[in-house]
Design a protein around this ligand. Structure first.
Ligand code: Z5A
Length: 211
């Protein structure tokens, strides 16, 4: 199996409050890396294309009633159902740019009042990112951006609570980028961080959340 590890891809996750610009920056980063001839794919969680993703989507659109624990486990299961594909891609040298991951999973559920350790437990064993880019924006600033307020979690007080829990989860893989800078400047910083991570992950085996 060792030979697959020589040139593995990097797992790069973008996180942040709603409307911080993750989607914009994920697609810009993928184009940039493709332009450099790298093998790269754009992923996002929730992945709404699976059966579990469909249940999540309906919940987020206020179309179904589920208790908080159930919702938490659905989001987590949605990552687990993609875990082996994720591992294969990374081992085969494809870098994955992922819009939200377990940090969203824990921060959003803990913000509803669930115990943070309980929230982290089922995420144990998912692949640990090589780099988490946290796009920092205040909930107030985010709410002034386009399209805010249509889904279940898009309320100021709730986003403040999510922000608090994100802070608790910060670890050594995190790089914080000011999401209120012009998009081009955010983009440039993320490009540098991503290139550095793609380079340095070559010497590191894949590891698991959450030690
Ligand atoms: N959730 C959860 O509870 N548990 C989990 O495990 C996971 C997620 C994975 C849906 O996620 C919800 O699920 C989410 C968390 C929860 N709820 N909330 N809140 P989603 O990823 O499907 O949806 P989203 O977070 O709402 O993402 P989004 O709408 O795609 O927002 P975004 O990606 O961060 O931002 P954007 O679309 O790139 O940009 C937003 C606007 O800002 C847009 O008008 C841009 O033109 C503008 N923008 C972008 N960058 C800038 C800069 N630099 N300056 C000024 N304006 C900018």
């Amino acid at each position: 199996k060792g030979e697959h590890n020589d040139k593995r891809g990097a797992l790069i996750v973008l996180e942040g409050l709603d409307r911080c610009g993750k989607t914009t920056q994920c697609s810009r980063l993928v184009s940039f890396l493709e332009g450099r001839g790298l093998s790269v794919e754009s992923w996002r969680f929730p992945d709404r294309n699976t059966d579990i993703g469909g249940m999540i989507s309906s919940y987020l659109a206020n179309g179904s009633k589920l208790d908080d624990q159930t919702v938490h486990l659905l989001f987590c299961a949605n990552r687990w159902e993609k875990r082996s594909l994720m591992e294969n891609k990374l081992r085969n040298g494809t870098t994955l740019i992922v819009d939200r991951y377990s940090y969203s999973g824990v921060s959003f559920s803990a913000a509803k009042g669930l115990d943070i350790q309980w929230c982290k437990a089922p995420e144990n064993g998912l692949i640990a990112p090589d780099l988490v880019v946290f796009l920092e924006i205040s909930p107030e600033e985010a709410s002034r951006r386009g399209g805010y307020g249509t889904e279940r979690y898009e309320q100021l007080e709730f986003q403040r609570n999510v922000a608090k829990h994100y802070q608790i989860l910060q670890d050594s893989t995190w790089k914080v980028v000011d999401a209120c800078l012009p998009p081009e400047s955010v983009e440039k910083q993320i490009q540098e961080l991503a290139l550095e991570s793609i380079q340095s992950c070559q010497n590191k085996p894949l590891s698991a959340l959450w030690h």
